[in-house]
Design a protein around this ligand. Structure first.
Ligand SMILES: NC(=O)c1ccc[n+]([C@@H]2O[C@H](COP(=O)([O-])OP(=O)(O)OC[C@H]3O[C@@H](n4cnc5c(N)ncnc54)[C@H](O)[C@@H]3O)[C@@H](O)[C@H]2O)c1
Length: 354
């Protein structure tokens, strides 16, 4: 079998650090073309990776190459445009999160996937940690009973990615930590809860650290600071989501806030047990023989990083050997939640989604 030919659009930090190990370690895929508007960086990387061709215009890459799939790692605003072009061109698409910066764009991507018959998959690396996979199987076995409420968040004390660059420019990013970090942890919580449909949200958003000298990327490896650039997104968002089965989820995301410590978490409460996943450490809170018990699962060290695991899953799905763990319609729901939280924050009222 010949290897899947992969073209990349956007060869920046996430591609270099987290996607390359995924593509490079799978025997059935090869990176055949790189596209980035920064030709020099892309050419240097192409030499390092042994990638044959470099482009600065993704449409030209789609025309010139016979690709099987396209990996999109551009700033958020371009995800839908590039994904739709690639799908219409007959390629499968793996796209970084957030799927898109508006529900309408996410829906257009889902529609393009459906009419092309090609696979569209957005990055959900947090579903691919050993703890998350174990927890999903534990919950699906019924061991937690009915999950009726939870909390999810990612709070940084100081960690604005590239102040002034594309991350802090709403037109390029779609928003601040809510869309940047929320897409990870809300997705993880909703997936673990069994994908209930969101019916209403309430949210608040704040921007207090745009001008702080202390706000830069101490706790974020991403983004490049651009002096005098735009900062028109929130730096903290909180919210409350109601689902069609009566379950609820409290959320909190910040790039900068005066918290004691940075925390990335999902905590769910079920009728039979609860779970707490904090900065990667999982604990199950249950009752055995009328005794309250905390269970701390231990996972073997090593293995692929979760981003690479998800890329392997994408390849296996393209080859028909696995079934997608996330689908475009779920992505539309995810972006609808985020967009409604922004709307609720702006209006100061709950927003219905049903
Ligand atoms: N899953 C994760 O853990 C994770 C972490 C960080 C970033 N991300 C996502 O990855 C994406 C990229 O983030 P990043 O931190 O790598 O950003 P980055 O700025 O480092 O890289 C983006 C790259 O896209 C290129 N680019 C811009 N416009 C382009 C165009 N029209 N055609 C081709 N290339 C273009 C830029 O030159 C740059 O090299 C974002 O969507 C971000 O949300 C995901």
């Amino acid at each position: 079998m010949s290897r899947l030919k992969i073209g990349v659009v956007g060869a920046g930090k996430i591609f270099r650090g987290s996607h390359v190990p995924g593509w490079a370690s799978h025997p059935d895929a090869e990176l055949t073309a790189l596209c980035d508007i920064d030709r020099e960086c892309a050419e240097t990387l192409a030499v390092q990776l042994g990638v044959a061709r470099v482009y600065t215009d993704y449409r030209e890459m789609l025309e010139q190459e016979e690709l099987d799939a396209v990996d999109i790692c551009t700033p958020n605003v371009l995800h839908s445009e590039v994904a739709i072009a690639a799908l219409e061109h007959g390629q499968h698409v793996f796209c970084e999160k957030p799927d898109a910066i508006s529900p309408e764009e996410a829906q257009r991507m889902a529609d393009a996937a459906s009419s092309s018959g090609k696979l569209l998959m957005a990055m959900r690396n947090n579903r691919f940690t050993p703890a998350a996979r174990f927890l999903k199987a534990y919950i699906d076995s019924g061991a937690m009973g009915e999950i009726y409420t939870g909390r999810a968040g990612w709070v940084r004390r100081r960690g604005i990615p590239g102040r002034g660059g594309w991350f802090t420019n709403k037109a390029m990013s779609g928003g601040g930590p809510l869309i940047d970090l929320g897409v990870h942890m809300i997705d993880l919580a909703v997936w673990l809860m069994g994908n209930p449909r969101p019916v209403a949200v309430s949210g608040a958003a704040y921007a207090k650290f745009a001008d702080s000298a202390l706000s830069d990327a101490e706790d974020s490896a991403f983004g490049n600071v651009l002096e005098g650039g735009v900062f028109d997104v929130e730096d903290l968002a909180t919210g409350f989501i109601r689902f069609d089965n009566g379950a609820t989820l409290q959320i909190e995301f910040s790039w900068a806030s005066n918290v004691e410590e940075g925390l990335k978490f999902v905590e769910l409460r079920g009728t039979q047990a609860g779970c707490s996943l904090k900065n990667g450490d999982l604990k199950l809170m249950t009752e055995i023989g009328h005794v309250l018990c905390d269970i701390v699962p231990r996972f073997p060290a090593g293995g692929l990083a979760p981003h690479a695991e998800h890329i392997h899953h994408f390849i296996e799905c393209v080859l028909g050997r696995e079934k997608p763990v996330n689908d475009p319609e779920g992505g539309v729901d995810m972006i609808r939640i985020l967009s409604a939280i922004y709307e609720s924050a702006a209006r100061g009222a709950e927003v219905r989604l049903d």
